[in-house]
Design a protein around this ligand. Structure first.
Ligand SMILES: Cc1ncc(COP(=O)(O)O)c(C=O)c1O
Length: 418
């Protein structure tokens, strides 16, 4: 088995086996991430659960590995819910979030005793109906809450949105209304509060506000029944050295969040479980994308390196920041210069890297792009070309965990009319 990817022979071997572009998943790195997050939090607050955010990368093999380590599945659609079940996840270890849940979704999740966080008022009606039909069952739900986390009037949210559109509003009385509606139902208990905010700076300060607010509201409304406080995802994980370097570590986040949990619940005999829902921080650094150089060409005086890949494979949001890259090649004979790396699609903006300075890759070399585990394989549109294979590396072993698509899978005959 091949265990080193930096030599050209291995690349040739992989190309023969898995094509001229492919992802490589570093399973050991994934385990390391899980262990780092888990020990940062668990050493400070014992009742702690990681709910892995499936949507960030729901490669079945990856989800299963995390489940083996103890992660719960955090899902935001029936598709993801059913995938977790298909992977053998205990339904009680599925956290069902998200703005869109049908009556059938809620009925199934409640029957299975999954952790259900209601995001909107319409879901309350489904819970009430289920409770009425199942009067002998004790039904538990959580509420995803929406409250202000701005700093001196400055929005903390991604893209500078003034408000988050998710969850049940605390400020306008919606939360209180739902609480009193559900309190009427004898067999329904609100046992959890959830607050996820996708913020611009992923700062520790945001988590201070989220944790404090959720604990305050839990104590005010359900001091006897609260079972969990879920502060969501949105943290930084390990970043490439070329990116921002003063990002908080898992220990920094855990310090603040767990201190509040300990201060707030220290005197309680039954302390609520703390849940976090990491996505990017768990998987971004576990994937590398390899693409073969098809040609290096000059237009006017600029160098364009065409690879068998696309910006969609590595940067679904098409941001302009270059990812850490390496050239994997057999010979050392390359010119120096400035070059762009461009992809196979017909879009002008299909740039995998802009204005790179250094050795210009030659035809037949491979370029590897690191840190591409988040939102790539789930956001890779079926555009122009089939999706590449994914190879996992676990210790000395390498094996395919998703084959390269063929025409048959791309145009699945079960769903397309020909
Ligand atoms: C409810 C919820 N939990 C967790 C996450 C994961 O966030 P991140 O990948 O930033 O850790 C998201 C992402 O938007 C989310 O919406």
């Amino acid at each position: 088995m091949h265990n080193i990817l930096s030599d050209y022979q291995t690349i040739n071997y992989l190309e023969k086996k898995w094509g001229s572009s492919f992802y490589l998943l570093n399973t050991n790195k994934l385990r390391e991430n899980y262990k780092q997050i888990n020990s940062a939090f668990k050493s400070r607050y014992r009742n702690f659960i990681i709910g892995y955010s499936y949507k960030t990368n729901y490669l079945p093999y990856l989800c299963k590995e995390l489940s083996k380590l103890g992660a719960y599945a955090e899902v935001v659609s029936r598709l993801e819910y059913d995938l977790a079940i298909k992977l053998g996840e205990d339904p009680k270890k599925i956290i069902f979030n998200g703005p869109l849940k049908s009556r059938d979704d809620i009925f199934l999740a409640l029957k299975n005793e999954s952790i259900v966080n209601l995001d909107s008022i319409y879901e309350v009606e489904f819970v009430k109906e289920y409770a009425l039909n199942n009067q002998n069952n004790q039904i538990k739900v959580g509420l995803r809450l929406n409250f202000d986390i701005s700093e001196n009037g400055v929005s903390a949210l991604q893209e500078g949105y003034e408000l988050s559109r998710f969850g049940i509003c605390v400020e306008n009385g919606n939360m209180e209304n739902i609480i009193s509606e559900l309190k009427d139902k004898q067999n329904v208990k609100i046992v959890g509060l959830h607050g996820h905010f996708s913020t611009r700076n992923r700062s520790v300060e945001n988590y201070r506000k989220i944790t404090e607010t959720l604990c305050f509201l839990a104590k005010e409304h359900f001091p006897d029944s609260i079972e969990y406080i879920d502060v969501g995802g949105g943290m930084y994980g390990e970043l490439p050295k070329s990116f921002q370097t003063n990002a908080p570590t898992f220990d920094d986040y855990a310090d603040v969040i767990c201190k509040i949990m300990n201060d707030e619940w220290g005197n309680f005999s039954k302390k609520p479980t703390l849940i976090i829902e990491p996505g990017i921080s768990m998987v971004a650094n576990t994937f590398t994308f390899f693409a073969k150089v098809i040609e290096t060409k000059v237009i006017r005086d600029q160098n364009f390196v065409l690879v068998d890949g696309s910006v969609h494979n590595i940067k679904p949001t098409m941001h302009r920041k270059n990812l850490p890259m390496k050239i994997v090649a057999s010979n050392e004979d390359r010119k120096y210069g400035i070059y762009n790396i461009v992809g196979y699609t017909c879009m002008e903006k299909d740039y995998l890297a802009h204005e790179v300075q250094g050795e210009i890759p030659n035809q037949g070399d491979f370029v590897s792009f690191e840190n591409v585990g988040a939102y790539t394989i789930v956001f890779n549109p079926p555009f122009i070309k089939e999706r590449p294979s994914i190879v996992a590396k676990d210790g000395d072993e390498m094996f395919v965990v998703r084959k390269k698509e063929t025409l048959k899978e791309f145009f699945n005959e079960n769903i397309y009319a020909f």
